[in-house]
Design a binder for this molecule. Structure first.
Ligand SMILES: [Zn+2]
Length: 183
């Protein structure tokens, strides 16, 4: 597969033209086929994957590569232009409708899917649920212990895996869901 891409690109990074450290990169959502992969260098890859800070100067290379006839390259160029917010070039770019659709499949800000909060039995807890505390929990900072058997009504989620918020002894506290049971 890499050989096919090297033949297609002429042995250079399909985004910036670099000739070294080239690797195959699947343009998401990729089916692993050549047509959905591009040959890129580690400099491009590092910035695409967010391991290295975006360097707008480096992406001047898109001036050229955005005109590639390879849809996968067009998609990546389009996404990177969006990331560096180069509206001028974006405005010049023309993508076939299905290529544009592909380009927009992955949004720039991949919203992290929050994992469900599970209680001690593995039941998913949601805001508004009631739970009981299954063991005495010392509430640090609040100076009391949430006793086993305490019912906490109308819990809230704070977006952190394994945690909920609820009112115990009149104080709103964070509780670990593994010590709770849905009622
Ligand atoms: Zn490159």
């Amino acid at each position: 597969m890499k050989k096919n891409l090297i033949d297609r690109s002429g042995g250079v990074c399909e985004l910036c033209g670099a000739t070294e450290n080239l690797d195959v990169f699947g343009v998401e959502p990729s089916n692993g086929k050549d047509s959905q992969s591009i040959l890129i260098c580690t400099t491009c890859k590092g910035q695409i994957e967010g391991e290295v800070a975006l360097d707008a100067n480096h992406w001047r290379c898109l001036n050229d590569s955005m005109w590639s006839v390879v849809p996968a390259v067009q998609v990546m160029a389009y996404r990177m232009l969006k990331k560096i917010d180069n509206q001028d070039l974006l405005g010049m770019m023309y993508l076939e409708p299905e290529v544009l659709e592909w380009a927009n499949m992955v949004t720039e800000d991949e919203t992290e899917t929050t994992k469900p909060v599970k209680d001690s039995n593995g039941s998913t807890l949601e805001a508004g649920d009631s739970v009981t505390v299954i063991k005495d929990l010392e509430v640090k900072g609040a100076g009391f212990t949430a006793k086993r058997g305490t019912v906490v009504k109308n819990i809230g989620l704070n977006g952190i895996e394994g945690q909920i918020e609820g009112r115990v002894n009149g104080t709103r506290i964070v509780l670990l869901s593994k010590f709770l049971k849905k009622v």
